[in-house]
Design a protein around this ligand. Structure first.
Ligand SMILES: Cc1cc2nc3c(=O)[nH]c(=O)nc-3n(C[C@H](O)[C@H](O)[C@H](O)COP(=O)(O)O)c2cc1C
Length: 378
């Protein structure tokens, strides 16, 4: 299962794990995979603390950081989004919709002394750049970017530091743009993936992208959580797999009990592609909240990054209220997650997930080899 990418990054298995949780990142890298910390939700100061922790707990193993510098979003032309008054662009209709929904589910307001989440977090180019600046001060081996090609100067800086640059795509034309921009590793992320996702399945997208960008290595993403799925991805020409959802129910995950219970109980039918999180289509766990955005008469979600801004405090209120066992807020609690959620039915340490994936991959390859031998004998 060693592919050239393993040598480039100094890893044992070409299994990449995206996670917002530093414990998962460190555990995956320690087990021979490649942990990638999702930086989007951190301020630069918080990211510095998270990476310091990772450096101290990863036993010198390689890891990466993922940022989101979207190619298009409201206000991009104005430069620094913090400076323009995006709040004013949120229509009253959306505020009323959210307030009524929270009332319907008896979700109380945040107490006055509760710290509010910082507005946009990393959802902009300037926000992403600030996170890249922090990440580059740590011994990372890879920077990944979602939602468009990373700016050329960021790629150049990364290359000057000897880092690999990866980027997520959902279509062949996007993959070609990324390659032209100088990206080293393309992540082909299929329809079934958790988080932002296009409309083409991993099964169709992976070989298309592999052929289009060869010899640039491609990681297959979306719907991969077992060794059989990994073997399928490698058969499609991938140089490795990029996974996200499977780590949400590991022992190292920082999800609260209400969220964890929902994920463990969910089937592969319990996700929905929705614009309600960020304004761009993302696969989320189907909840009373995603249902509410689909109700007749519900407002259309706003464009990125306004939707995130508009719903930020509501999400914080829901998360806080859902900590109480009997709160109806639990019905609204959700997360990005892919269709693989149907396979996530018990909590396992991240190391076990890696080892089980590797073992099943090897068994699958053995089975296929035996099939080949049988046909040669016939
Ligand atoms: C909870 C969650 C949050 C995610 N957030 C991001 C993100 O901030 N940046 C990013 O590049 N990808 C993000 N993704 C997508 C993952 O990087 C990955 O492409 C995807 O999870 C792969 O599909 P899978 O969920 O079927 O494994 C997220 C995925 C999940 C499940």
């Amino acid at each position: 299962m060693r592919t050239p990418i393993c040598d480039v990054l100094g890893i044992e298995f070409p299994i990449f794990a995206f996670s917002h949780c530093r414990d998962v990142v460190a555990a995956v890298s320690r087990a021979g995979g490649f942990g990638v910390l999702g930086a989007l939700a951190f301020s630069p100061e918080q990211l510095e603390l998270e990476l310091k922790w990772v450096d101290e707990n990863i036993d010198g193993k390689p890891y990466g950081v993922d940022v989101v510098m979207p190619a298009s979003y409201v206000g991009k032309e104005q430069g620094d989004l913090q400076k323009i008054d995006l709040e004013k662009m949120i229509p009253q209709e959306i505020k009323k919709f959210l307030e009524e929904l929270l009332e319907e589910y008896s979700v109380p307001p945040l107490p006055d002394d509760q710290e509010r989440r910082e507005g946009l977090l990393g959802w902009s180019e300037s926000g992403g750049r600030a996170l890249v600046d922090v990440a580059m001060k740590h011994p990372i081996k890879l920077i990944a970017n979602a939602l468009g090609p990373p700016p050329e100067d960021v790629i150049k800086r990364a290359h000057d530091e000897g880092l690999q640059v990866a980027a997520l795509v959902g279509r062949v034309d996007q993959a070609l743009k990324q390659k032209a921009q100088g990206v080293d590793i393309i992540i082909a992320s299929g329809y079934e993936a958790g988080g932002h996702t296009g409309e083409i399945t991993t099964m169709v997208l992976t070989p298309e992208v592999v052929d289009a960008v060869a010899p640039t290595p491609v990681l297959a993403a979306g719907g991969i959580g077992t060794g059989r799925q990994m073997a399928a991805a490698m058969a499609l020409g991938a140089a490795g797999v990029w996974t996200g959802s499977i780590w949400l129910t590991t022992a190292e995950s920082d999800y609260e009990a209400a969220m964890l219970e929902k994920l463990l109980a969910a089937s592969s039918s319990d996700t929905v592609r929705s614009r309600s999180l960020s304004g761009k289509p993302a696969r989320l766990l189907k909840t009373a909240l995603t249902d509410a955005w689909e109700r007749p008469g519900a407002p259309d979600p706003l464009s990125m990054p306004l939707q995130f801004l508009a719903t930020s405090e509501a999400s914080q209120r829901i998360g806080r209220a859902a900590r109480s066992q009997d709160s109806r807020a639990r019905e609204l609690v959700g997360t990005p997650v892919g269709q693989i959620v149907g396979k996530m039915s018990h909590v396992r340490p991240a190391r076990e997930v890696i080892y089980e994936m590797v073992e099943e991959y090897l068994e699958t390859m053995d089975r296929l080899t035996r099939l080949l031998e049988r046909s040669e004998e016939a």
